[in-house]
Design a binder for this molecule. Structure first.
Ligand code: GDD
Ligand code: MG
Length: 352
């Protein structure tokens, strides 16, 4: 059975972080994001091939996962000649595939959905397509999905305007699709599964089944959600690596160097090779990537520092995300919501 991970988007809403790190491999603590999705797919032993559908910086992603053998899975890569949209990309990645249903994931959804249960429902209902839904407060940024009492999809409306909202269930970006249903998608053409394929299933009254998931689900595609996913894991709202059974704790790698007199407050994560100098304070909800340096008297609060960032003495970093190899000078103040691209340099005493 094939699984397709749609990982070709540019991650524009996460710029500048995604300029050199495509969204599928932005780090969540010390692992590339897609590794969590791959773990989820491993729940289904029948899945014997995971196809990464890529477009933006495909080489960087291939370098990280290779053929998947390190993770105990078989990974292949498909790169579209140009972005074909979600539907076009699925069609392109599926190729001539027939047989077992396809499992498809948007490459930026982070969840603990019970995939075997979704697959079982799909088979039991002999569906053409099965879609996972999740309730959200504001569906406007998502695909709104209306269902009937029997759990069939009755309407699919991508990015509804406020006056079009009729329910709170949205497309969670996880599908099981019968390969023969992909004949609704034209080959080698830009085509949206959300605006084309799903509405056509509804219009033609095909068996299109919804599986509502009420557990943890988030789309990490914006900086706020990216930070929130980390907080949710650290708090145990989402039990995931590395905080499973360790919610609220300060997780410090044995290979990090924490000087006497440094203050470490949980929950936080400090990766291997990081140095925290005396008098520095790592406050709650901070992630200090590998080989980062936090100088004397510096304070990091609720911020995510990607690997190899250098924070000089006395700097105060609050609610920020910094890319790799940044340099924050002495006594800089980096405030809430700041995003710094790789190799940013903030000179001494600057305020952001
Ligand atoms: N290969 C490939 N080619 N992948 C693509 C392309 C493309 O042309 N365009 C988008 N993708 C990938 C993105 O990388 C992402 O993983 C996924 O498809 C969805 O694209 P997003 O750009 O993240 O869409 P969205 O978040 O606005 O909306 C989608 O996800 C919501 C759930 O998070 C839709 O599927 C909504 O209906 C859904 O509610
Ligand atoms: Mg998205």
């Amino acid at each position: 059975m094939k699984a397709i991970l749609l990982a070709g988007g540019k991650g524009t809403r996460l710029r500048p972080l995604t300029l050199h790190t495509p969204k599928p491999i932005v780090p969540i603590f010390d692992r590339p994001f897609l590794q969590y999705q791959i773990d989820l797919l491993r729940q289904v032993p029948e899945i014997d091939e995971i196809v990464l559908s890529l477009n933006y910086q495909p080489r960087r992603i291939e370098e990280v996962f290779g053929d998947g053998s390190d993770l105990g899975v078989h990974i292949t890569y498909v790169v579209e000649p140009q972005p074909l949209g979600t539907g076009g990309a699925i069609k392109f990645a599926a190729g001539e595939y027939t047989g077992e249903p396809l499992v498809v994931f948007n490459g930026d959804v982070f969840t603990s959905v019970d995939l075997p249960a979704v697959l079982a429902l799909h088979r039991e209902r002999r569906a053409k397509a099965t879609i996972v839904l999740t309730p959200v407060d504001n569906p406007t940024a998502y695909g709104l999905v209306e269902t009937d009492e029997a759990g069939n999809v009755r309407a699919f409306l991508e990015k509804p305007s406020a006056d079009e909202i009729t329910c709170d269930t949205i497309n969670a970006g996880i599908y099981v699709l019968e390969p023969d249903s992909l004949d609704r998608i034209p080959a080698d053409t830009v085509f949206s599964i959300e605006r084309g394929y799903f509405p056509s299933l509804v219009a033609d009254r095909e068996t299109f089944v919804a599986s509502v998931y009420r557990g943890y689900w988030i789309d990490i595609g914006t900086p706020e959600k990216y930070r929130q996913a980390h907080r949710d894991i650290m708090d145990g709202r989402f039990p995931a690596r590395p905080f499973v059974k360790k919610a609220g704790q300060a997780l410090v790698s044995p290979a990090a160097k924490i000087e006497d007199g440094a203050i470490i407050e949980g929950p936080c994560f400090i990766d291997a090779g990081a140095t925290v100098k005396a008098g520095a304070r790592i406050a709650a909800y901070s992630v200090i990537g590998s080989h980062c340096h936090v100088g004397e008297g510096a304070t990091i609060t609720g911020s995510i520092l990607w690997p190899n960032t250098w924070v000089d003495a006395g700097a105060v970093v609050t609610g920020a995300v910094t890319g790799r190899h940044c340099h924050l000078g002495r006594h800089t103040t980096v405030g809430e919501g700041t995003l710094l691209g790789d190799k940013s340099v903030v000179t001494d005493y600057s305020h952001l």
